[in-house]
Design a protein around this ligand. Structure first.
Ligand SMILES: NC(=O)C1=CN([C@@H]2O[C@H](COP(=O)(O)OP(=O)(O)OC[C@H]3O[C@@H](n4cnc5c(N)ncnc54)[C@H](OP(=O)(O)O)[C@@H]3O)[C@@H](O)[C@H]2O)C=CC1
Ligand SMILES: O=C(O)C1=N[C@H](C(=O)O)C[C@H](O)C1
Length: 255
């Protein structure tokens, strides 16, 4: 059995992870970490430190918040606990620095999005990018999301920037923003405009809109339910024991 600790177990994603791990035959939740910990079917702790002192843990799953995740990983990785991280908002540099603190043979796996659909959306965007001078990302999330733009949007913009030909459009039009309406053309991530919508009614959706002479191509993905992330999270939990170092992106674990 893979012994799993869930940081943020009382949250929207953490509680879905608890359900998914509990339903799986080859893993179990041995503890949960959440500062406002409610009663649970497993021991609960306020900090990762306290949890790892008390329980034997193979894998820490983290769905907390941007200002918390680095501290959790800084405790778990040097102690040799493999980490599966969904919390967004950490820079690539911060992830690399944290991975460097890991005990030998320990894996830090981070996926900005655990759905297969979003991974494919990003791969399709990679394929389209060389052929379209214009590309913009519009992401739609529930209004309790703490970070913007989403981790998925940031990764998508990075992928487009890597794949597009040099001298592609640098988002013309930003200079026409009206005084007092700055941001109308979005935030530039690696030269790609990213627009963040927050509203009741959404879980997580994203559109990547490409344009060239007389045509547009729109690639869209919708998560309607948090169960959409769970096969990817379980794959991460099952995979980290065989890996070490840093792995970024679910595509690296998908067959
Ligand atoms: N990679 C992916 O596929 C996905 C990633 N995410 C990301 O996951 C993260 C969590 O999202 P979501 O579940 O919606 O957020 P929630 O706010 O619902 O859950 C976060 C939980 O973490 C708790 N928490 C706060 N501080 C700590 C701490 N120090 N240690 C442990 N737990 C803590 C919060 O408690 P309290 O509220 O009491 O402060 C809360 O219960 C976000 O960064 C989001 O972007 C979300 C969906 C998919
Ligand atoms: O906060 C969320 O809900 C989500 N966060 C991730 C992100 O920032 O990309 C993944 C998904 O979009 C849901």
């Amino acid at each position: 059995m893979i012994r799993v600790a869930v940081a943020g177990y009382a949250g929207r994603m953490g509680s879905a992870v608890v359900d998914a791990v509990t339903a799986a035959d080859d893993m179990e939740v041995v503890c949960g970490i959440d500062p406002h910990a409610a009663e649970a079917a497993f021991p609960v702790f306020e900090t990762v430190d306290a949890a790892l002192d008390a329980a034997e843990v193979d894998v820490l799953v983290d769905f907390t918040q941007p200002d918390v995740v680095a501290g959790n990983l800084a405790v778990a990785l040097p102690r040799g606990v493999d980490c599966v991280v969904g919390t967004t908002g950490l820079s690539n540099e911060a992830l690399q620095e944290l991975a460097a603190t890991a005990a030998e043979g320990t894996c830090l796996f981070y996926a900005p999005n655990f759905t297969t659909g979003a991974v494919l959306m990003m791969e399709f965007a990679r394929a389209a990018a060389p052929y379209f001078p214009e590309a913009e990302v519009i992401e739609f999330h529930h209004c309790n999301k703490k970070d913007a733009p989403s981790g998925t949007a940031v990764r998508t913009a990075e992928i487009i920037a890597e794949a597009r030909a040099p001298r592609m459009s640098e988002a013309p039009g930003r200079e026409t923003e009206m005084p007092g309406a700055q941001g109308a053309r979005g935030a530039l991530v690696d030269g790609v405009p990213v627009h963040s919508v927050r509203s009741m009614g959404f879980v997580a959706s994203q559109e990547v809109v490409f344009g060239s002479l007389g045509q547009t191509l729109t690639i869209r993905h919708d998560s309607w339910d948090r169960t959409s992330y769970m096969p990817g999270v379980l794959l991460g939990i099952r995979s980290v024991g065989e890996r070490d170092g840093i792995v970024v992106g679910l595509e690296n674990l998908m067959a």
